[in-house]
Design a protein around this ligand. Structure first.
Ligand SMILES: C[S@@+](CC[C@H](N)C(=O)[O-])C[C@H]1O[C@@H](n2cnc3c(N)ncnc32)[C@H](O)[C@@H]1O
Length: 215
C-alpha cells in the first residue's frame, strides 16, 4: 500500500473511533500524529527506520506496542512479511488492535496483555527480534535489569533487541555507561548505541550473545 493511502486509512480509523480511543488513551489522539511519525523527521522514529534490517520471515515481539502501529505500517507500507506479536499492559489498546489491522486489509496479529516489569510469558528463544520503542524512564539501574534478562530469555541466540529510551534523571554520560554495563551483564553484544539528537534519547541495537542464565 502506498504511504498516502496508509495515512488516509490511519486517519479515518482514528477519527471514527475518536471517542473510544480518547477514553482509554486519556486524551484525544491527533490523527496527524502518526503521519508525522511516518513522514516527518521525528528523530527517534527516523533512527528506528534507519537501523531496521530486513525483517522478512522474522518472529518479532513489540513491547509496549499499543495497538500495533509500527507492525501495521511495516507490513502494509513496507510490504514486510513477519510474524508480529504486540504486547502492552493496557487491555483497551490491545482490543483495538485487530480492528486497526483490518482497516488496512491486514490479518490481525497476536496481541498479548502483560507488563514489561513482570516475567515475559513467552517460550525461551522464541523470537528473532524484540522492539521497545518510545520508552522513558528516570534511570537505567533498577528499572531495566529484570527486563533485559527477560528479553534475553525470549530471544533466540543472535536475536536482535532494538530499542530507544529516554532517561530523564541522568546525565547522558552516566546513562550511556550504565546502559552498556547492563546490556553486557545480561548477555547482549551492542552493535550500535546512538545518541539520538533529541532530548535524552538513546537508540540501541544489540544481539543476544550469551544466555543470561548461564552468566
Ligand atoms: C508512548 S506509547 C509507545 C507506543 C509505540 N511503541 C510507539 O513508539 O509509538 C507507550 C506504550 O507503553 C505501554 N506501557 C506503559 N507501561 C507499560 C508496562 N509496564 N508494560 C507494558 N506496556 C506498558 C502503554 O500502555 C503505551 O501503549
Amino acid at each position: 500500500m502506498n504511504p498516502k493511502r496508509f495515512k488516509k486509512l490511519h486517519g479515518e480509523f482514528l477519527r471514527s473511533n475518536k471517542d473510544k480511543i480518547s477514553q482509554f488513551w486519556g486524551y484525544e489522539i491527533n490523527p496527524r500524529w502518526f503521519n508525522r511519525v511516518l513522514s516527518d523527521p521525528i528523530p527517534r522514529y527516523r533512527w528506528f527506520r534507519s537501523v531496521l534490517p530486513d525483517i522478512n520471515g522474522l518472529k518479532i515481539l513489540d513491547l509496549c506496542g499499543a495497538f500495533g502501529m509500527f507492525g501495521a505500517y511495516l507490513k502494509s507500507v513496507k510490504g514486510y512479511s513477519f510474524e508480529y506479536t504486540c504486547f502492552d499492559k493496557d487491555e483497551p489498546k490491545l482490543e483495538f488492535g485487530p480492528e486497526y489491522f483490518k482497516a488496512f486489509g491486514l490479518k490481525p496479529p497476536r496481541f498479548v496483555l502483560g507488563n514489561i516489569y513482570n516475567p515475559l510469558q513467552f517460550m525461551n528463544d522464541s523470537f528473532d527480534m524484540v522492539w521497545l520503542m518510545g520508552w522513558c524512564a528516570k534511570r537505567v539501574k533498577n528499572n531495566f535489569d529484570g527486563l533485559f534478562k527477560e528479553v534475553n530469555k525470549v530471544l533466540r541466540p543472535k536475536g536482535y533487541f532494538i530499542f530507544n529510551m529516554a532517561f530523564t534523571e541522568y546525565k547522558t554520560r552516566s546513562s550511556r555507561e550504565e546502559l552498556i554495563d547492563l546490556l553486557e551483564n545480561t548477555g547482549f553484544t551492542i552493535l550500535r548505541l546512538d545518541k539520538i539528537p533529541n532530548k535524552v534519547d538513546f537508540g540501541v541495537v544489540a544481539h543476544k550473545s550469551t544466555d543470561h542464565l548461564s552468566i
